[in-house]
Design a protein around this ligand. Structure first.
Ligand code: ADP
Ligand code: MG
Length: 227
């Protein structure tokens, strides 16, 4: 009998990743359907980052398969998965601190979508690129902070900027590793509200792996041994 759920955007089957004698991912299977928001929780060393790295292609599994948007992407390099719409949030450390918020987003959009934007064009002068970047900033509530240099943004704003950088690549699935790290109560609540908006409005699911966060209604907790 056919299920009423839409086809999964992401399907992981029997994923295994070992580091020497350590099994970081122990036969994990999971599905993510468009529009869903998932959280993966576990203490340090549980294997959260290893899982995200396998989904994005930075780490190859020892066995098992990863299907994304109907394709087997298990052996596909990161940049090809990114083109298919699999985005991982970049860490704050990868933001260009001496550049403005909008410059950071524009450069990410340009690097990702080189065929639409002139790759060697000046990212500050391309109007369409600026508009795309501005729209991403608006979505995370940083529209009015577009011209502020990253080093002048608060920690919370930098985390939101990370999100805008990832959104500029128009992801179908957004993977966030420890997105609450270093955030206070108010900033954490804002971040959760942002994810909810993205996953419900755009039908673009988010998969997050906060080590310790309060799970809200609607988030799904995987309790597999390896996460
Ligand atoms: N590159 C690596 N080399 C060796 N061991 C690793 C490597 N990456 C992760 N591990 C080990 O795999 C396990 C899971 O790590 P990780 O995925 O970073 O967990 P988490 O993100 O949940 O803290 C840990 O025991 C860690 O020490
Ligand atoms: Mg980790």
């Amino acid at each position: 009998m056919s299920s009423s759920l839409p086809d999964p955007l992401l399907r992981v089957d029997n994923l295994v990743r070992r580091y020497g004698g350590i099994t970081a991912t122990d036969n994990l299977s999971m599905e993510v359907v468009p529009g869903e928001l998932h959280a993966i929780i576990g203490p340090n060393g549980a294997g959260k980052t290893t899982l995200i790295s396998q989904l994005t292609g930075q780490v190859m599994p020892n066995s098992g398969t990863i299907h994304f948007a109907g394709r087997d992407v298990t052996g596909l390099p990161s940049y090809k998965r990114s083109r298919l719409g699999l985005a991982r949030s970049f860490q704050i450390t990868s933001l260009l601190k001496d550049f403005s918020a909008i410059d950071n987003v524009a450069l990410a959009a340009q690097a990702h979508d080189g065929h639409s934007f002139r790759f060697w064009g000046n990212a500050r002068k391309e109007t369409r690129l600026r508009e795309t970047a501005h729209a991403a900033l608006e979505r995370v509530g940083l529209g009015k902070r577009a011209d502020i240099v990253v080093s002048q943004l608060s920690h919370g704003e930098q985390r939101e900027l990370e999100l805008a950088v990832a959104l500029a690549t128009k992801p179908q699935l957004l993977l966030l590793d420890e997105p609450m790290a270093g955030l206070g109560v108010t900033e954490s609540a804002r971040m959760v509200a942002l994810w909810r908006r993205f996953s419900s409005k755009t039908r673009s699911p988010a998969l997050t792996s906060p080590a310790s966060t309060k799970l809200r209604k609607g988030c799904l907790l995987y309790t597999s041994r390896c996460v």
